[in-house]
Every structure is written in C-alpha cells, then in structure tokens.
Write a protein that binds this ligand. Structure first.
Ligand code: BJW
Length: 229
C-alpha cells in the first residue's frame, strides 16, 4: 500500500475520554441523565437560558481539570512530522487538541472557550462563565451571548473547507466517534464514493463501522500513537 500524501482525520468524544471528558453516548456518563435535546438545541436555549448557560459554564470549568492524552499528542506529532498534508477536523468542543500541540484544528461543532452573540454574530474568547443577563459588547442586546457551539438543527462550521479537504485526501481516519451525528457521520461514505481509503480507530465498532476499509478497535491512547508511528 503506498504511503498517503494527504490525510484527513476526524475526531470525536472518544479521543478525549481518557483525559476525563465524558463522551455523549456512554451508558453511565452525565449524558445518560441529561437529554441532549434539552440542552443542545436553540429551542432549549430559548426555553431555559439559565439552565443551558449553567450546563455549559460547568463544562467549561471542567476543562480546567483535564489535560491532553497520548492520542492528542500523537496527532500533534503527525502534524509536525508528516511531509504531506494533514487536515484535523474535530467534533469536540474542548481544546485538548490544541493543548496536545496541534496548531491547525478545525472545530466543526464550535468551541466551549468561545462565546457568540445569537443576535449579531459577534464572537469572543471565553474563559469563565457566560452570564445570562450580560450585554453583547458589539450590539448591546442582553441575553444573547451564548456558547459558540453547534446545536442540533444548526449548521456545522467550515463545511465547505471540510468537504474540499476531504475530497483532496487519500486517507480518511475516523477516531473516537460513534457515527451517530450528521454530517460528520456521512464523511466515510463521502470518502468512499471519492475512492479514498478509510480507517476507523474506535473503542468499539461505530454505527458506520461496516463502511470502513479497515477498523481497529481499542483505546485511542493506544491506537492513535501506534497509527502515527
Ligand atoms: C473511545 C474511547 C476511547 C470511548 N478510545 N474510543 C436524521 C438523519 C440524518 C440527520 C439527521 C436526522 N435527524 C436530524 C438530523 C440532523 C442532526 C443529526 O445528525 N441528528 C442525529 C441524532 C440523527 N444533525 C444536526 O442537526 C447537525 N446539523 C445539521 O445537520 O445541519 C444541517 C445540514 C444540512 C446539510 C449539510 C450539512 C448540515 C448539527 C449537529 C450538532 C451536534 N452537536 C453536538 C453537541 C455540541 C455541543 C455540546 O457538546 O454540548 O455535538 S451533539 C454531540 O454529538 C456533540 C458531538 O460532537 C456529536 C458526536 O458525538 P461523538 O463525538 O461521536 O461522541 P459519542 O459519545 O457519540 O461517541 C464516542 C465514541 O467514542 C463511541 O463510539 C465510543 O465507543 C468511543 N470511545 N471511549 C476510543 N478511550
């Protein structure tokens, strides 16, 4: 098999699991007690802004207690050492790829450490809590600042660039994602249709596992460094 010249990597919650960030669809995590639709939709934010802000403020605070793991670090090493083109797209809203040393990360579902005004689109870095009643520094409306994350029914970020990079790749690698959420869950089919080789690295077979040319199952902290080396 020839060495790839262009690699497209998609990551999901599983790559941050061993850092202590809960995945979404594990049976025992906090997500088994909160329905995603009750916090991760624009409707939920309109209905219960205090509850949604408190939920994301707590998760942002939780990022202080975690750090990057060997899987994040291995992808940073790949970015430094690979002679070809590497595209790293993550569905994760944490900043563990950056803390692991990656410098060019595409966050398709947004970032917990950014806030956006729902009214005017003003964006800013966000370290501490977003307060429900605060005013947007750009348009002065109150109650519109929200986490800069992509909720169900919203358009993921950077999709044009993502599909362009995917189609230009000769290897698609999916790491730590259940394949339950679109459009990311459709990347494997898109890659296959374009004749691109596909590889899954996940704890268990994902929903779309059968579509991959090759699937390796185990922890990201073991599989990703082995893949990079
Ligand atoms: C390990 C491990 C270890 C554990 N090592 N592995 C019907 C059909 C098709 C689509 C739809 C439909 N109905 C509705 C839709 C659209 C909807 C959707 O997909 N819904 C599904 C539920 C069906 N999608 C959307 O609304 C998206 N927008 C959209 O479609 O716009 C329109 C559009 C039109 C045309 C083109 C393009 C777009 C937006 C989706 C936004 C998702 N947002 C969330 C929340 C973000 C904010 C937050 O964090 O609170 O994003 S939902 C949540 O799921 C989060 C994640 O990024 C996303 C994916 O989860 P992920 O990363 O896969 O995590 P898990 O937990 O599911 O899986 C972890 C995996 O790791 C597991 O397999 C474990 O085994 C494994 N693992 N430990 C390796 N140590």
């Amino acid at each position: 098999m020839p060495l790839p010249r262009s690699i497209f990597v998609l990551t999901g919650a599983g790559i941050s699991a061993e850092s202590g960030v809960e995945t979404f669809r594990d049976t025992n995590g906090p997500w088994s007690k909160v329905r995603l639709e009750d916090v991760a939709t624009p409707e939920a934010f309109r209905r219960d802004p205090d509850g949604v802000q408190a939920f994301y403020n707590a998760r942002r605070e939780g990022l202080r207690r975690v750090s990057a793991n060997p899987a994040h670090e291995a992808l940073a090493k790949l970015e430094r050492a690979f002679a070809g083109t590497l595209t790293l797209v993550t569905q994760n809203i944490d900043d563990l790829h950056e803390r692991g040393g990656s410098s060019a990360v595409i966050h398709m579902h947004g970032e917990l450490k950014k806030a956006i005004c729902a009214a005017c689109g003003f964006r800013r870095a966000q370290d501490g809590d977003i307060r429900v009643e605060e005013a947007c520094p750009a348009c002065s409306r109150t109650g519109t600042m929200r986490p800069d994350v992509v909720w169900f029914g919203e358009m993921p970020h950077h999709l044009d660039a993502i599909f362009e990079r995917l189609e230009a790749a000769d290897l698609f690698v999916s790491i730590g994602t259940s394949g339950a959420v679109y459009p990311a869950a459709g990347f494997v089919a898109h890659a296959k249709n374009a004749g691109i080789r596909t590889l899954e690295l996940n704890l268990e077979p994902s929903d779309g596992s059968w579509q991959f040319d090759e699937a390796r199952h185990g922890t990201a902290s073991r599989l990703v460094p082995a893949f990079v080396d």
